[in-house]
Ligand binder design. Sequence first.
Ligand code: FNR
Length: 390
Amino acid sequence: RGLGVIVNMKDFEKFAEPLLSKVAWAYYASAGDDEITKIANGDAYQKVLFRPRILRKVAQADAKTTILGHPSTIPVFISPAAMAKLGHPDGEVNLTKGAGNTGIIQCISSNASCSLEEMSAARQKDQPLFFQLYVNRNRQTATELIKKVNALKMDAIFMTADAPVGGKRERDLRLKGEFEGPAGGVSEKSGDTKGVSQAMFAGVDPDLNWDDIAWVKSLSDLPIIVKGVQCVEDALLAYQKGADGILISNHGGRQLDTTRPCLDVLLEIRKHAPQLLRPEFRGPTGLSPAALEDPGRLTPPPPPDSKQERKFEVLIDGGISRGTEVVKALCLGANAVGVGRGFLFAQSVAGVDGVEHAVDILEQEILLALRLLGANKLSDLRPSMVEVKE
Ligand code: FNR
């Protein structure tokens, strides 16, 4: 029984459900309140439609890129999701190995069920690893964690900012008391009455604020990405406060329900703070007058005032399960996208093989989308290749 029956990322979820315990399924699949944002995250990509170009020699195509300066075979990284051992006995180590074997980057959760040492040991030579930081309310504990991340030579810190307190995840709450508590990280052991999610946030500092970017930077030379940006004002503040990038995210809809889908935040940034995006992605979507003057040109030239002030990457996650969605996010200026649940389900179904199969599916879908769009590589993508329906 091979993995050939799994032909897209959504299939992993279908195959995982019957394999997972009630607690694991509830924890992985759940989101805040009525789960409206979780659904909206994915649905939002349907309002972005492609404008493919034809007859452009697409025999050769590749989907390689860099994320925060580190090579990645596809413009997709593993978004940090806690408790992979609820789905598979080897847990996050599956993600480390799968990422290493396929050349993508894992962002490790502060609440991983494997230790940082275990994941480091599973890492290949030169394999980049990002670390997601929940800042503990005990700053001494937080300091020690950051020092450990430095010592283990991780490559970036994603500071999660959309979870000063945990969201109300009702599927978890209905199973409260059935969960033993995570292995380590910032949370406290709790076989109590809070459910998995609430146990995760027990140690997180709800007073985390913009000055803490400088605080983390005082403890680490690693690039700092603010995870959980949900409006253009906060994207600008992240830049001003010295972050090296943002991850537009609403935690997969698991925090405040009925927030906007992440794609809308990217569109808002394009509209009101295009300077945060790379120059060639600042233009309008759809047809531009310049394209009619010179229709054979693959892509319009970047605007003349295009020097990038400072390296700053705009990443996005939430609801992404298709290569076409990855490509849409890139046409709209994202440097790369994160996938959370998809990889959790993939490792639950088939461990390392599942992760590798997931990367393969995404890579094939991305290459197909590139070719059918008339592009050979990611740097060919432009806003003119999509139109955004109001
Ligand atoms: C998460 N997410 C998350 N984020 C974070 O910063 N720290 C964490 O420990 C976790 N844990 C976690 C557990 C589970 C089960 C899920 C589903 C998600 C959020 C995650 O990083 C990411 O933002 C979303 O998962 C992206 O949405 P999709 O791809 O799951 O739709």
